[in-house]
Design a protein around this ligand. Sequence first.
Ligand SMILES: [Zn+2]
Length: 415
Amino acid sequence: MNTLKTLVFIVIASFFTVNAFTQVSFSSQKLSLTKQRFYDIQLVEQATAASIFINPELSFSNTYLIAETDTFFLIKDSDFSEINRSQLIVFSNPLKNIRLYTGNLEGGVTLMTQFVKPLSISHLSLRQKADSCDKPAIIAASEWRKGLTPPKEAPVKTTVKHVIVHHSAGSNTTTNFLEAVRNIYTFHTAPPPNGNGWNDVGYNFLITQDGTIFQGRDGQGIMDGDNVLGAHFCGKNNGTMGVCLLGNYNEVQPTNVAVKSLINLAGWKLGKEKLPIIGQFQHTDGLLNIISGHRDGCATECPGSNLYAKLAEFRQKITLICTYTNAFITSVEAPQTQFFKIYPQPSSEFLIVEALGDFSEKNSPQIFDLQGKNIPSEFVYSTENQWKVSIKHLPEGTYFLRVGTEQKGAKFVKF
Ligand SMILES: [Zn+2]
């Protein structure tokens, strides 16, 4: 690490705007930077968050910002590709000073800061129930948005077919989640140049490291927030619901409680829309996994390598936790009916179908996909009370297995 440090700092110009009604203010400072130097920056006013805007020919490379004891590696904010700037860095506390290490960044840049007056509520926290696909507890936008300008009217509806997972690339150590959400909202909704000028916060939901789910896009009494068209997926938001986990998951693993909330939220939404969990639907540019990461839509690190790597595991977990009724089978009991059970679960090579009661050989197991299409199956062996069925040929996904004319199906997962 380069320890060269300078306290000399030149402010070329600075701007300061206050909106008295919304308890929000913005500042900008133009900076002239040299490579591989530390800058101690005195802010124009106290700030709760910052972003660095750079010219298109520049890039963040080993550039980081230090706020109190938190270090943030700056990356290009891919949620708003029209402007070259870093992700929003939300501080744990309002600050007057920050430190910047330039890395390979040099030349003229603009430091944008905002101050969002903290809510006097010290903490809003809702821990989810374990392993549930019921509608999770969610902190309403009307709660966390107090004192801020409401979103623009009117929300636009979309029919969700994909759940898109994001991370905020923000602090992994802050516990001031309420202020993080309020600052992201402000950054997304403030008119340019201070913010994106969007109608509302980009995501449909935000999940904090303590597992609390905050409502994002507000249906404004016209529709449910989970059906509001957002702004988060590479300009291809139709048919998507955006969920952002606060934190940076390039560096650390998401917390277990945040994961539990994500699984609960996604499982509830897919059940509500009667969508399968594993599989793909057509999106703007082609087939897209029903649960996808931001990076599946365009070039971005989001939602961080660690979180992205867990998406397959999340799909499996949701499939095993959530039981949805499928139209062609009268009831689905996974992975067992009163007549037979299936194991191992999930499986990639074969299934053992074991009779629990009377089970004659003429009632061969049949495999169906989620659309009810019968898929030819290959029997490895059958005994008096057991079949071994090869599923090697099946694409990864959720299927149902039925025995003979029995209307009950049992669900299984091929991975
Ligand atoms: Zn993202």
